[in-house]
Design a protein around this ligand. Structure first.
Ligand code: EPS
Length: 340
């Protein structure tokens, strides 16, 4: 069973993560993890904090000479920004502040923000890069792209940058949509045998847990609601690579909607929970958009879930045990999935 845990606060000394159940014999160059962390950190629309962060990380167990041993992999990422925000009883509407303050019985929103912050996704990316690498070695390729930024759909690097600048100058933030796709996925991952083994549901949970994600679709998604069965049957890709909770051998296509970051430099009306006075909550640390970074995080979160499903189906404690099993399965299923 592949599983992971993360810990750490946004401005604590470290983020910490453990990945358990990962097979032995996977070469994992540090540069590979660094490149993935840099993709997340330098995505368009980030706040000034990301220029300060270096995402310096240390792997303290589970690797010998950049190759996994099968033991739990423990990772530490050092936070450069250690400026813990001062205590505040003023929740930022739309963030975790208010429900977190109620839930954990505190009048200090900063305590909630520290853990709810999307800073945590740096660790998910580091751990997810192991899964991405394993999938890659098995021939599974992941990609993502942002398809909508604040309603703007034909995006180029230039039009996105201009839109972000416009929003930033106006003290506003932007939402958007992204797609994550996986090619060359073996058929039969997941299961129709029990609800919690359905891979679509598992991938949905993985992606909906990425900060700011409010919508999730598989393949044709919501557009399928308006189609007849005859029309839908003409395009097998509308299933997004999943039928009955299992991969069908076609490309996996997942799509997410990300809300605009709710913390605004321009301020949002809120209520101080100590005095019950109305006040403007002003956020100076927000990204202009989270959609580009979320797409990178989503690749990693989905890769972890997919690698878990691969390991469940094929087993094996080392890459050399796993590889021939996947190859043999691909040969066996090749003819049946050729139409997709
Ligand atoms: C982020 C770190 C955060 C924000 C952003 C992403 O820094 P801080 O915790 O200092 O505000 O820049 O987080 C959010 C958008 C959010 O909603 O939490 C990061 O490292 O990704």
């Amino acid at each position: 069973m592949l599983r992971y845990l993360t810990a750490g606060e946004s401005h604590g000394e470290y983020l910490a993560g453990i990945l358990e159940g990962f097979p032995a014999g996977v070469r994992m160059p540090q540069a590979y993890i660094k490149a993935q962390l840099n993709r997340r950190r330098t995505a368009p629309g980030r706040s000034a904090r990301q220029a300060l962060e270096k995402d310096d990380f240390r792997i303290i167990s589970g690797l010998e000479k950049e190759t996994t041993t099968g033991a739990p992999i423990a990772v530490l990422i050092r936070n450069a920004s250690r400026a813990v925000p001062p205590p505040s009883s003023l929740p930022r509407p739309g963030h975790a502040d208010l429900p977190g303050m109620l839930k954990y019985n505190t009048l200090n929103a900063a305590l909630i923000r520290e853990r709810a912050s999307a800073r945590e996704t740096a660790m998910r990316t580091a751990l997810g890069s192991f899964a991405m690498r394993l999938n890659e070695l098995l021939g599974i390729e992941v990609n993502s792209r942002v398809t909508n930024l604040g309603g703007l759909c034909s995006l180029t690097a230039g039009s996105a940058a201009a839109e972000l600048l416009r929003a930033k100058r106006a003290g506003d933030t932007l939402g958007g949509e992204f797609e994550v796709s996986f090619d060359n996925v073996p058929a039969g991952l997941g299961s129709c045998a029990h609800p919690d083994r359905r891979l679509g549901a598992r991938l949905g949970a993985a992606l909906l847990s990425v900060n700011g994600v409010k919508g999730f679709e598989i393949g044709g998604g919501f557009s399928l609601a308006a189609m007849g069965g005859k029309e839908a049957a003409q395009d097998p890709q509308l299933s997004g690579g999943l039928d009955g909770g299992m991969t069908n051998g076609g490309a996996l296509l997942l799509r997410c909607a990300v809300k605009p970051v709710p913390g605004l430099r321009a301020g949002t009306p809120s209520t101080d929970l100590r005095t019950f006075r109305k006040k403007l909550s002003v956020s100076l640390t927000s990204d202009t958009t989270a959609v580009f970074a979320a797409a990178v995080v989503a690749e990693h979160a989905a890769s972890l879930e997919l690698a878990a499903a691969v390991l469940e189906k094929f087993g094996g404690d080392s890459l050399c045990e796993l590889l021939p099993r996947v190859e043999e399965w691909r040969k066996r299923t090749k003819k049946a999935i050729a139409r997709l």
